[in-house]
Every structure is written in C-alpha cells, then in structure tokens.
Design a protein around this ligand. Structure first.
Ligand code: FES
Ligand SMILES: [Fe+2]
Length: 456
C-alpha cells in the first residue's frame, strides 16, 4: 500500500513532475521506422507532451513541438523539406535541432533575418535502431541509446508491435516484475477462455528478485521444477526503467501521458537453420487493436491478456487500496529503487543504468534464458520443439492483429506456412477469440505441456 502522494510520484509523467523528469533521462522507443515508408509526418504524444515526429527528404528524423512558435499552427500539417519540417501556415522552416532556418516573408522584410535567428521550436533528438525510432527528452548531454545484444542477433525475423493502452505506465511496468501472473493471466485464464475448467498449471513454489545494473532479475520455480531450471538459474529481466526482456523479445511501456501508455514489443523469431544465412532486409512494425469489433477487450493473445488486466486496475490504479503479499516483493523493491533514484537525481546524481561510455555500448548483453539458441540457431525440428521459441512457427501469439503482409514476410523467412495464423479472428466476437486460442493450443500441443501459452 502507498500513500496518495507516493502514488502520484510514481505515476505522474509531465515535464514538471519528478517521475516525468526522471524518465526523460532515458531513451524511449516511440514509433517504428517502417511507419515512415508511406508518411513523412506523424503526430505523437509522449510523456504528456504533444509532438510531431517526421522524416525529412534527406532521410533524417526529427521530433518537434506540435505547435509552431509563430501562431501555433499544427505542425502535423507541416511538410518536410531536404532539411527539417516546414509549417504549412506561413512557411517557417525548422531543422531537427529546432532552429528556425527559413521565414520566407520575414526575411524579405528584414534581410538580416534577425527574427529567424532568434526563433526556435522545441525539439528533441531522435535515433533509429533495430527498426525503432527512439526519443530523448531530457537534459543534455544525452546518454547513449543502449545497443542491446539481441539487436545484433542473426538468422531471425524481428518485428515491432505497438498498442495504445488506456492506463498509467507504472501499473504496466509492475507487470514486468510479477512472475506469478503468468500462471493465472496467461496459463489458467487461457484454459478458462477456451471453455475448459482445468487442469490449472502447477502453482509457483519459489520466487527471488535481485537488482543488477540494468534493472532487476526475477527467478521462479513452479510445481516440481528444481533449481537447475533456467527460470531459476537465469530468470527474466525487469529492464530499467520501463522495459521487460525475455531473451527473445523486449517489451517497453512508454508513457503517453498519465492515463495512457504506448506498449512496444520487439520480437525476434529464429528462422530455421535450413533456410541458410537469413538476412532480414527490413523490420516491420504494426499497431494491434485492443478491443474487438464488439468493443470487448481482446484476450486471445499474450500481450492482450496483459493489457486487459492492466486497464482493469483503473486509469491510474489506486495504490492506497492494495494489499501486497509475498508475490509482490519485487514490486516493492522496484518502487523503492524509483523513490531512491528520483531523490538521487534531484540531488544531482546519475540515474540508474545509463550508458555513457561508447566502449561499453556495443552488443550489451542481458541475462537470457535462450541465449545459446539465439546465438547458434536451431534446425526446424529443434525450433518446433522449443518451448519458448517454437510456438512462433504456429502463430504470432504475442499480440492480436498481425497484418497479413507481416505474416507472409515471416512465412517467406521461415520457409513454411504459419499453421495457426488463420485461427485468430481479431475482429470477431469474444467467443471466436477464445475458440481461436483453443485451436492454437491444440496446434501447439506438440510442445511441452507447461506452460500452455508459451511461458515467459
Ligand atoms: S503559424 Fe507556423 S508559420 Fe505561421
Ligand atoms: Fe503477462
């Protein structure tokens, strides 16, 4: 349980709030590069600020204020030039740094262009990495954008998957240090959604939470699992400050504002080694729906099950009303680290986990339960039998709504059809979605029995 004041400290992300200032010290993924294949300008809202993300005619990205400093025209109606973005109202043009570089009439009226030199739009740096566009909205000097090892993995098909979730980011991130929810939100709920009353998977027996440089590691044992299980020897990474790393994929919960979160999944699916040296020419990105055509929450896919429970906790969950147990030890540790680190930042210290040394920012490894498989690759049969990586051959179970073009690109990569793909009817009724899940479970039955939905 927390006081209202402490709950606000964790959840408020505006530029004048402590957590808002803290999160601005980190790079955040805000869009997919493939979104700019057929558009140049996109309005975005990040950390409570309305902004415009663009790709100019030279291929450079920029992120500027939604409104022009001249008379507040909407810069999302602007058009890109060789250098930067031009307002479509009176033609003022801004480079990526925010500096105004052209004021057509003002420069006729005053060839010394004094006014232009003194005009700038709010602007933030943008970098491209791993098919994602990342923004940094904090004070300079910016830290380095982390170069995670998985971004360098070979012979795989990566995709970036987004969704807008109507609730506060922190309850989403608490899910990154909540091992017991897998058993209920993903395994047992899936069984019930499929119309079965059981059996339920074995319950958790033991949990451990340890802090490290880039976040926390949680470890768990379920049923009769023993301490040589990879979920105990390696565990999972609660990636600081708002991510989750599961060996073959990342998740980030990027605050849009206090009551909305951009969910970002970056998923790497191994391609069978029979396909030779597979090189992906482009990482696709897509946005999935969170509700079906009838307005009901989609619960057929892993991330959608998470979204439903997070939103169910309320727009900003009321932590004065919670009752924490032993399973929440990691959540308590994580909150404490945020409180302490925010205080340290206010005292002028460096926030946790920032990377500033270029020599340390190449292929940065994180603990991974499938590191050797990702590094050395798997044959089709090995992949098919792998409990964590194999289910992708049967369906993209991560999140509902994968576009057909992405499914087909993946099928070309792996050299076979995705067997379960047609089972999911995202825009169908809840019953259809549940049936789809059941069908996929049936298709996945060759995989080890636990977990029913591929466990994380
Ligand atoms: S409002 Fe943008 S140039 Fe006038
Ligand atoms: Fe989950």
């Amino acid at each position: 349980m927390l006081s209202e004041e402490k709950n606000r400290l964790l959840t408020e992300v505006g530029p004048d709030k402590p957590m808002g200032q803290y999160l601005r010290r980190y790079w955040h993924p805000i869009a997919g590069t493939s979104e700019f294949d057929d558009q140049a300008v996109k309005p975005v809202r990040i950390l409570g600020e309305d902004l415009v993300l663009y790709k100019d005619l030279s291929g450079n990205y920029g992120l500027v204020d939604r409104h022009c400093p001249h008379r507040n025209a909407d810069m999302s109606f602007g058009f890109v030039e060789k250098c930067g973005l031009r307002c479509s109202y009176h033609g003022w043009q801004y480079e990526a740094s925010g500096q105004c570089i052209h004021q057509p009439f003002e420069e006729v009226a005053d060839p010394s262009a004094r006014m232009r030199k003194n005009t700038a739009i709010k602007a933030y740096p943008v970098q491209e990495k791993a098919g994602l566009l990342w923004a940094y909205m904090g004070p300079q000097p910016a830290p380095l954008l982390p170069d995670w090892e998985l971004f360098h993995a070979k012979n795989g098909f990566a995709q970036a998957v987004f969704a807008e979730i109507p609730c506060n980011w922190f309850q989403c991130q608490e899910n990154s240090i909540d091992p017991v929810h897998f058993e209920w939100t993903h395994n047992n709920w899936t069984t019930r959604l499929a119309g079965e009353e059981g059996p339920y998977v074995p319950t958790h027996q033991k949990l451990a939470f340890d802090e490290f440089e880039h976040g926390f590691i949680y470890r768990r044992l379920r049923g009769s699992e023993t301490e040589d299980n990879v979920m105990w020897t390696t565990g999972r990474v609660t990636l600081w400050p708002n991510g989750f790393f599961l060996g073959h994929h990342f998740e980030w919960r990027v605050p849009i504002d206090d009551t909305h979160t951009l969910s970002v999944l970056w998923v790497f699916s191994l391609v069978p080694s029979e396909q030779g040296d597979y090189v992906q020419d482009k990482i696709p990105s897509w946005y999935g729906p969170v509700r079906d055509a009838d307005g009901r929450w989609i619960t057929s896919h892993v991330a959608n099950q998470d979204f439903a429970v997070w939103v169910g906790q309320g727009p900003i969950t009321d932590r004065t009303r919670e009752k924490l147990g032993q399973s929440d030890k990691g959540i308590v540790q994580m909150r404490r680290r945020f409180f302490e680190d925010i205080e340290a930042m206010q005292a002028g210290e460096e926030p946790k986990g920032l990377i500033r040394d270029p020599a340390k920012n190449h292929c940065v490894p994180l603990p991974s339960a499938c590191a050797s498989e990702v590094a050395s690759g798997l044959t089709r049969a090995e992949l098919d039998a792998h409990p964590l990586l194999g289910p992708y051959l049967r369906d993209f179970f991560g999140q509902a709504g994968q576009p057909r073009a992405v499914t087909e690109a993946y099928e070309r990569a792996i050299g076979q059809k995705v067997r379960g793909a047609t089972f999911f009817k995202v825009h169908g009724s809840g019953a259809e979605a549940a049936a789809g899940q059941a069908a996929t479970e049936a298709a996945a039955s060759a995989a080890p029995a636990m977990p029913a939905v591929p466990g994380r």
